[in-house]
Ligand binder design. Structure first.
Ligand SMILES: [Zn+2]
Length: 183
């Protein structure tokens, strides 16, 4: 069969994907981290959001923060994604109570839950991944705990810690809210 332009494009894509997978494996190796522990980072980078993963040997969770850097003068910017991976995390403290609606990937409805506004946690191992869409780079570095998060990332930590502990709370649903028309 003659090779078409389409085949060449597909071949190029496949080649890039294979070398991406190779670089991914090399990064995991260079970091000297168990491949299982890195899974939540891969999920967070590939599918977005926060993820946790548990085996009989380890617990791991990845929490994503989105940081937009915008230049008012040029009118240009980008959203950096910072994914922090915690291997065998341990929660040190919770502060505040925030009511919010959350949609868990494992459920099909949003629920009203209470989350801490601020959390402090540590882990056996902490790795920070930063995806920069401007330079198309994913950088990885090991960092020292304990770390504190507030707002969105704190809600994510609390949600994923609950998954790891296997004690998800169930809250009220949207259809239990009342509508009120003002005026
Ligand atoms: Zn969830």
């Amino acid at each position: 069969m003659e090779s078409t332009e389409y085949d060449i494009l597909n071949y190029d894509k496949l080649k890039k994907q294979l070398s991406f997978n190779f670089a991914e494996n090399k990064a995991i190796n260079d970091l000297n981290i168990k491949p299982d522990a890195f899974i939540p980072v891969l999920f967070s980078l590939k599918f977005g959001g926060d993820w946790s993963f548990k085996t009989s040997e380890l617990e791991a969770m990845a929490v994503k923060e989105k940081i937009t850097r915008y230049n008012e003068n040029t009118g240009e910017g980008y959203t950096l994604e910072r994914v922090t991976l915690f291997v065998n995390p341990c929660l040190i403290s919770n502060e505040g109570k925030v009511l919010r609606l959350e949609k868990c990937g494992a459920k099909n409805e949003r629920e009203l839950v209470e989350r801490p506004f601020r959390v402090k946690l540590d882990a056996e191992d902490i790795v920070q991944a930063e995806l920069n869409p401007k330079i198309m780079e994913i950088s990885l570095k090991r960092i020292k705990g304990p770390l504190s998060f507030s707002g969105s990332a704190a809600y994510g930590v609390s949600h994923e810690i609950e998954h790891l502990a296997g004690c998800e709370r169930t809250g009220k649903f949207l259809w239990e809210f009342k509508y009120r028309v003002q005026g």
